[in-house]
Design a protein around this ligand. Sequence first.
Ligand SMILES: Cc1cc2nc3c(=O)[nH]c(=O)nc-3n(C[C@H](O)[C@H](O)[C@H](O)COP(=O)(O)OP(=O)(O)OC[C@H]3O[C@@H](n4cnc5c(N)ncnc54)[C@H](O)[C@@H]3O)c2cc1C
Length: 472
Amino acid sequence: MGLAEELVALVGADRVLVEPVDLYLYGTDASIDRGPVKNVVFPESTEEVAEIVKIANRYQVPVVPRGAGTGLSGGAIPIGSSLVVSLTRMNGIEDVDPINMTARVGPGVINLDLSKHTKALGVHYAPDPSSQSICTIGGNIANNSGGPHCLAEGTTVEHILELEMVTADGQVIVLGGQAPDPVGLDLRGVVVGSEGTMGIVTSAIVKLTPNPLATRTVLATFNTVEDAASAVSAIIARGIVPAALELMDKLMTVAVERFVGAGFDTEATATLLAEVTGHDSAVDAELEIVREVCELHDAKAVRVAVDEAERARLWLGRKSAFGAVAQMAPDYYLHDTVVPRTKLAEVMAKVYEIADRYDITMMNVFHAGDGNLHPLMAFDSTEPGMLDRVHAAAKELVEVCVAAGGALSGEHGVGIEKRDLMPLVFNEYDLDAQARLREAFDPDGLFNPGKTLPEGSRCFDFGRPVPEGVWV
Ligand SMILES: Cc1cc2nc3c(=O)[nH]c(=O)nc-3n(C[C@H](O)[C@H](O)[C@H](O)COP(=O)(O)OP(=O)(O)OC[C@H]3O[C@@H](n4cnc5c(N)ncnc54)[C@H](O)[C@@H]3O)c2cc1C
């Protein structure tokens, strides 16, 4: 028997893909790369995942865990012919506990489905990537995903209490625990954000968050992106952390309006969507601070969404931004970097300067409160030389953000996209430490090889002296 036959014997022919046309669909994600797929398998239980890993081990075939394939850094794209393990069928929601505010979820649960499931109990799952209606909790865990409302609530890592995971030798382990501060090393924290390189997450106990008693959504428009960005830092400097502070520039606002007609002002150079949540009285006080700071930063207009319907429409607009770009150009490349909030205005000016120099349409929509930029280049890849310009501009964008004291990725992960840029922020010893940690979980590099760490990340690969006392 070969790999496919063994998989079929385990889960049945209807849960194994072998035809090239089917496999082609699993060779990419929402980024711009593609890789070769040997087979795709759809397990329905932890036991099946463990057996699949043992089979892959026997055939020495790399394993790529996969959720919904909405990743933007190539994390779910195989490098070298690989077995893709799609976790979408492991989508059970169990043990919802509104008192302790926890639930046990399968990795294939769609992010938004969890909050819909718990709505009547007055709680929700806080991390809300704009892709939340399609992406999975397993993918969110692997990428430590964020979202507009992670400013106050924190990203995925703050909301995962316990993880069940299948290791490279097919064992099932449990990391973390329901207690606030479980004893031992925080391996749960290590695995969150490890992009499928340390094991396959098969179940998680997540934290649920109470639904806010009151919510106000403020829409402020500005004549310059710099004014809007400065207002964002100034709001937080006033001692409040709104639930969300999201910024869109004019080109993006125009695209969103054409796409969903959310009611944004398409004449404004920058639009700030701010949300404050909490008790009624506190919310009104915070709302006034947001209004005052925006006016002090020369806002063109500041208004509050009149009702829940308008609020929902504005958020639909914001969360549809990437989809809206399809009307502007056939292709886009979305970047994800972080800068200190206070550097936003300065860095945004450089982002537009790069766009001008490379003659590329640059649109911006981002989690401004976190300093998490998403410069988006809209282009036609059939135009000669365009892809080279896009890649060159992308590299400069990252360099500008790193030079401003920023990070390579805020939420989309490193994947393939930023792997070779890791040395911009980590020296060889930093990379070596990360490579060793990964090897401790996966000594043969079975899971998602070629992702996150550049080739030669072990110290001895660099031909450099190994730090004293370090085991090789
Ligand atoms: C329109 C759009 C908007 C987006 N907005 C946001 C946003 O606001 N914030 C944000 O953070 N991201 C955003 N993203 C990116 C993306 O949706 C997230 O990274 C998401 O978490 C990926 O989930 P997924 O289920 O699609 O995972 P996939 O793309 O399938 O996989 C992502 C990574 O997770 C690994 N993985 C998946 N499941 C498991 C598992 N069970 N165990 C171990 N590893 C696993 C994969 O190997 C891969 O490395 C957006 C994407 C799109 C297309």
